[in-house]
Write a protein that binds this ligand. Sequence first.
Ligand SMILES: *Cc1c(COP(=O)(O)O)cnc(C)c1O
Length: 456
Amino acid sequence: MSTIKQDLQLFNQIVERLLKDDLDNPVAARIPVEELKQKLDISLVDEPLAVEDFKKSLEELVLATPKTATNRFFNQLFGGKQSKAIIGDLLAVILNNSMYTYKVAGPQVAIEKEIITTVNKMIDYGPSSGGTFPTGGSMSNYMAMIMARDAADETTRNRGVNQQLIAYSSIESHYSNAKNASFSGIGRDNVRYIAADPQTGEMLPGKLKEQIELDIASGLKPFYVNATAGTTVLGAYDPINAIAAICEVHNLWLHVDGAFGGGAFFSEKYKHLLEGVNRADSFSFNAHKMLGTPMTCSVILVKDKRHLYHSFSNDAEYLYQTDSDDYNLGKSSFQCGRRNDALKFWTLWKAVGTKGLSNIVDHQFYLADIARQYIRKHPDYTLYSNDDSIAICFNYKNIDANELCTSLYEKGDLMVGFGQFKEDEFVRLITINANNSKEDILNFFTVLEAHVEKYF
Ligand SMILES: *Cc1c(COP(=O)(O)O)cnc(C)c1O
């Protein structure tokens, strides 16, 4: 038998062990950092390993790794396993194409383009629209900022930034905005953080307008607004229509960062949360968050694809594109070699249909409603989050959220994180794993309460 066949058998054996272990031990025992090298065979050595030893090392490593797909993981903005997407990602590894040219990626290019075209239709972007699959949501925000910078002054590409450009985002927006401002030559000090509604966490458009007018009056040049569809802590959706109206008056690039909550546009019931997204110049979402594909699967859509070519192709011959240029995706991406992140999203979408994606999103909101109902019914809890969010923020018996989450983790009961909004710190339960049921959510509270009973 060929080595690859044997290795794939080994792979299957290890995966079977893992899937069984996911059920028996949904939270992997935490290993203190200083004990890692004693507990696991991590060191690299000169001599080859016997097959059995290799297998044993791998199995131990896999079983000791934090489990992000089980019904006890609520820690981050991803979770669960969508097996139809996993097939796609495994095939992408086996095929090992690079997405820069049609010659090397062939029909995989059409896979990526099909997703981009279909999403663009769904969000009501016109025929000039385009997009690409960046390495993640941070990179999507970066690409948007670069396109905005170059659109504000087309000489920047060659001469560098030569005026004080000002970017705007909500105080609740993702931290990549600050980093991106530094990378792009805008400068961290030139990002204005706009206040959010103290109740909902949504950016206040009135404050945005005020700040823009103030900056213009000071002789500065506003160029870019980053609105968030699903803020990282509260899951709040900024009011896109109101923000777009301001951007249109001042001719500013509007990007909607939907890394977390942008996937809601797949749902008939919740797409209203993104109303106005068609007025934005660009929009991004992470399919590895709300849609449950493996990491990473990030998409940026651009209303006028010439901006993508202008900022990211090296020769900028975007005006003279031939059909084949349109299939040479390297002309609109940041990297040169690029992983095939589209296939896993396509296999999932193909298998479950747009209706299936809608169900995945709806189920997350349903689970969030279950959690909020539970919290509202039980007086020992304080709720901080709003409806229409899959981030349920709460405190239990006024216990310090940091202490509680750390204890739940160290005792191997639950993986859940904590967050902060204004003066409040709270537990932050993310119901993004669409494999979970109502019972899993209720069980979360049962486990948490039993834990508090025992340790606090
Ligand atoms: C997760 C997230 C990002 C960053 O995405 P990465 O893929 O982790 O780089 C950006 N913005 C928001 C709102 C997010 O939730």
